[in-house]
Design a protein around this ligand. Structure first.
Ligand SMILES: Nc1ncnc2c1ncn2[C@@H]1O[C@H](COP(=O)(O)OP(=O)(O)O)[C@@H](O)[C@H]1O
Ligand SMILES: [Mg+2]
Length: 396
C-alpha cells in the first residue's frame, strides 16, 4: 500500500479521487461534510471506502454505516488493515451505484447554466517571458471566481509552468494524457474531466509538458481535439501558448516532420479570442510589434486583444504613447495595460496560489479581474464569487 495523499477536507478528498491516483479512501465519521453524495462520487471514481473510528462499536460506526460505509476498522486494529482494504475493494466492485450523478455531469450542468458554448481564449506573446503564464493563470482564476467553469490548458511546447505556479509538483502531465487519448480517438469530456485536475469548484488545470523534449507528443490535431472537448466542459478554456510561430518545415524542407510550433498555431487558429502579451519596455514593445505582424501573417482572421504587461511609471512613456506606437506599426487593436506588481506575483508564486488567493486586492489582481469581466461579458459591478479551494494540500 502506498499513501497518495492525506486529504485535509472533503474537497481535497473528492479532487484527489477525481485524479484517479488512489484505489482506497480511509474516512473518519468525524470528517466534516461526509455524506452519501460524497460516497457516490468516490464510487463513481471506483474508489473503495474504509471507515475508521477510534473504537468499535461506537456512535461513529453507526453514522458511517447509515451513510453506506460497510467496511469499518477501529483505529487500533491496524493488523487487519489489509483484510479491510480487500473487503472494501470487493464490496465496491459488487455494488457500484448505477445512475447516480457524477462530477462530470455536475460540471456540464454548470457549463450549461452559463448558456454559452465554451469559449477558447489563447494567451500568446513573443519571446522574452513577457508574462503569458502569469496572465493566463490570473485570468483563469478570475473567470472561475465569476462562477464560470474555466479550464486552463498549459500548451507551452517549450515546457509548461502552470503546474509549478500552482505548486502541483507531483502531478502527471494532463496535456500528455489528453494528447494520448486524443491520438487514439478516445478523448471524451468524462476522460478530460479526470485529466484536468480541479483546483477550485469552478477551475480546472490541464498541466503541461514536464520536459520540453516531450513536445513531439503534442500534435496540432490533438490540440484541436483537446480544445474542442474542453469547450464541452468549460465556459472558458484559457490556453497558455508557447512563444514561437516559426514553421520548422520551412527551415528543414521536411514537410512530413512534426512541427514544434504546430500546437501553438492550432491553439491560435481555434481560439475565439487571442490575447497577445508584450512587456512594457523598449525591447518588449519592439518584440510585441513584430509578434503582432507575425500573427497577422499566419492567422489572418484573428483580431487580437493586446496586453502590455508590467506597465510602470519609470518608463517615461504614457499609455497614449504606447497605444499610438502600436497603432502606427500594426493598426489599431484594443490595448489593455497591466501594472508591474512584483509583490503580488511573488506572494502568489511563493505559496503556489493564484493571484486572486494570494493578493486579492493588489493592483495586478484588480486589473486582471476587470479584464476577466470584459472578456466574459459580465458587468463590472457583478461581485466576484470565490469558491473554496479544492486542493488544499500541495507541494512546493
Ligand atoms: N505584472 C507583473 N508584475 C511583476 N512581475 C511579473 C508580471 N508579470 C509577469 N511577471 C514576472 O515575469 C516573469 C515571467 O513571467 P511568465 O508568466 O513566466 O512569462 P512567460 O510565460 O511569458 O514566459 C516571472 O518571473 C513573473 O513573475
Ligand atoms: Mg510561460
Amino acid at each position: 500500500m502506498h499513501v497518495v495523499r492525506r486529504c485535509v477536507d472533503i474537497a481535497d478528498l473528492v479532487s484527489t479521487a477525481a485524479s484517479r491516483q488512489a484505489g482506497v479512501a480511509f474516512v473518519s465519521a468525524q470528517l466534516r461534510g461526509l455524506d452519501r453524495e460524497v460516497l457516490v462520487r468516490l464510487a463513481d471514481e471506483e474508489i473503495a471506502v474504509v471507515g475508521v473510528t477510534p473504537e468499535l462499536p461506537s456512535a461513529d460506526e453507526a453514522t458511517l454505516r447509515s451513510l453506506g460505509v460497510d467496511v469499518i476498522l477501529s483505529a487500533d486494529a491496524l493488523q487487519s488493515l489489509n483484510d479491510a482494504v480487500e473487503a472494501a475493494i470487493r464490496g465496491s466492485q459488487q455494488d457500484a451505484p448505477a445512475g447516480e450523478r457524477s462530477v462530470v455531469a455536475d460540471w456540464q450542468d454548470a457549463v450549461a447554466a452559463t448558456r454559452r458554448r465554451g469559449r477558447v481564449l489563447a494567451v500568446w506573446g513573443p519571446t522574452g517571458a513577457p508574462g503569458r503564464s502569469v496572465i493566463a493563470l490570473g485570468l483563469t482564476s478570475e473567470l472561475a471566481a465569476l462562477g464560470a467553469p474555466t479550464t486552463i490548458v498549459d500548451c507551452d511546447v517549450y515546457g509548461g509552468s502552470i503546474a509549478q505556479l500552482l505548486g502541483l509538483l507531483d502531478e502527471a502531465s494532463g496535456l500528455l494524457a489528453a494528447a494520448r487519448s486524443a491520438n487514439s480517438g478516445q478523448l471524451t469530456a468524462e476522460l478530460l474531466c479526470h485529466q484536468a485536475r480541479a483546483v477550485t469548484p469552478t477551475m480546472r488545470v490541464l498541466t503541461g509538458l514536464p520536459r520540453a523534449d516531450r513536445w513531439v507528443e503534442v500534435r496540432p490535431r490533438g490540440i484541436r481535439d483537446i480544445l474542442s472537448v474542453t469547450r464541452e466542459l468549460s465556459a472558458f478554456a484559457v490556453v497558455d501558448c508557447g512563444f514561437s510561430l516559426e514553421l520548422d518545415e520551412e527551415i528543414s524542407y521536411d514537410t512530413a516532420a512534426p512541427r514544434r510550433n504546430g500546437a501553438t498555431l492550432a491553439a491560435l487558429e481555434t481560439a475565439d479570442t487571442v490575447i497577445v502579451v508584450g512587456a512594457a519596455d523598449p525591447v518588449g514593445l519592439s518584440r510585441l510589434v513584430r509578434a503582432l505582424g507575425e500573427l497577422r501573417d499566419v492567422v489572418p482572421h484573428c483580431s487580437p486583444v493586446v496586453v502590455v504587461n508590467r506597465m510602470r511609471a519609470g518608463l517615461g512613456w504614457s499609455r497614449a504613447d504606447i497605444v499610438d506606437t502600436l497603432a502606427r506599426a500594426v493598426g489599431s487593436s484594443p490595448v489593455v495595460f497591466l501594472p508591474d506588481d512584483q509583490a503580488a506575483v511573488d506572494a502568489a508564486v511563493v505559496h503556489g496560489r493564484t493571484l486572486g488567493e494570494a493578493a486579492p486586492n493588489s493592483k495586478l489582481t484588480r486589473a486582471l479581474r476587470s479584464l476577466a469581466h470584459d472578456l466574459s461579458g459580465v458587468s463590472a459591478s457583478a461581485r466576484p464569487r470565490r469558491g473554496p479551494r479544492l486542493a488544499a494540500r500541495r507541494q512546493r
